[in-house]
Ligand binder design. Structure first.
Ligand code: MN
Length: 199
């Protein structure tokens, strides 16, 4: 059985950038529903329920066809949100000089250029989906995916994630996705991103 992880901070902690009401519904209703639906989809498959979510979505081809789309959507939703909560923090942080900064500079020029490119990917994702910074065989890469598709299904490890579904920002920002993205950079937990990069 999969369970909803607790938020690592109170629902109001990311104010004013991400409002309490959005966090309450996003975590307590949307994420909880992905967990519930994943459990429902796997109720007759105990051997799959025993696996980690990331394992399930890493190789969707081995999931029985009848539940594959559910596992992709609900399992992706569970994995993506579980990561999303942990790469945010109320304690303002900056990316320090180190291996991640070096790699970002090597790949994108500098931190500002990376942030601009990542924000553009998040803006450019039409409809619901995610923007990602991933670590793969070719180093760092910015990706965007639709719905709850995860880079893990593409063999890449996400180290930074931004949810651009309207449920992530509509209460506070309505149609202003660009304002949400700009505000979100204030709550990125860079030490955590760096830990994921080194892992
Ligand atoms: Mn979401």
């Amino acid at each position: 059985m999969f369970t909803l992880p607790d938020l690592p901070y109170p629902e109001s902690a990311l104010e004013p950038y991400i409002d309490e009401e959005t966090m309450k519904i996003h975590h307590g209703k949307h994420h909880a529903a992905y967990v519930q639906n994943l459990n429902d989809a796997l109720k007759d498959f105990p051997e799959l329920s025993a696996k980690k979510t990331e394992e399930l979505i890493a190789d969707l081809e081995v999931i029985p066809e009848g539940i594959r789309t559910k596992v992709r959507n609900q399992g992706g939703g569970h994995a993506n949100h579980s990561l999303f909560w942990t790469i945010m923090s109320p304690s303002k942080s900056a990316l320090k000089e180190g291996t991640l900064m070096e790699e970002l500079k090597k790949t994108f020029g500098d931190l500002a250029a990376f942030q601009e490119k990542f924000s553009a990917a998040a803006m450019g994702r039409f409809g619901s989906g995610w923007a990602w910074l991933v670590k793969g065989e070719d180093g760092l890469e910015i990706l965007d995916t639709s719905n709850q598709d995860s880079p893990i299904s593409l063999g890449k490890d996400p180290i930074l994630a931004l949810d651009v579904w309207e449920h992530a920002y509509y209460l506070k920002y309505q149609n202003r996705r660009a304002d949400y993205i700009k505000a979100w950079w204030n709550v990125v937990d860079w030490p955590q991103v760096e830990r994921l990069f080194k892992f």
